[in-house]
Ligand binder design. Structure first.
Ligand code: 5GP
Ligand code: ZN
Length: 114
């Protein structure tokens, strides 16, 4: 999608602090971190939000979560724990309409969220 911030980041048209990249996914650090470790995992293909996922995306989602598990292990935050969040729509607090998974770690995270 031409006018999408995260499509532009996925295409390398806007720079990001990359953690991991393959043909399907990009993981990069959030520009406004809410925890000592805060990165985003996005599919390179434009999907507006988790509300648009279909059966066809099962393999992609498996890859997202296995990639998050591996990156968190590499970053040394698995034992302490972490949170994976995807915000959907207005009430969900989604500000960028391209599917992304926040991964937050490095401090105790409150629950329930605000
Ligand atoms: P949302 O509010 O949609 O759940 O999350 C969007 C996230 O993208 C926010 O945490 C915000 O800080 C992050 N973000 C917005 N613009 C940029 C950018 O240009 N670069 C990076 N690395 N993160 C961004
Ligand atoms: Zn996009």
């Amino acid at each position: 999608m031409t006018d999408c911030l995260f499509c532009k980041i996925a295409a390398g048209e806007i720079p990001s602090n990359k953690l991991y990249e393959d043909e399907d996914l990009l993981a990069f650090y959030d520009i406004d971190p809410q925890a000592p470790v805060h990165f985003l995992v996005i599919p390179k293909r434009h999907i507006p939000s988790a509300a648009a996922l279909t059966q066809e995306d099962q393999a992609l989602l498996g890859k997202v979560f296995s990639t998050i598990a591996r990156l968190c292990a590499e970053l040394g935050v698995t034992e302490g724990g972490y949170r994976v969040v995807t915000n959907v729509g207005k009430d969900g607090g989604q500000s960028v309409p391209h599917l992304h998974f926040h991964v937050l770690a490095g401090r105790s995270l409150a629950w329930p969220p605000g």
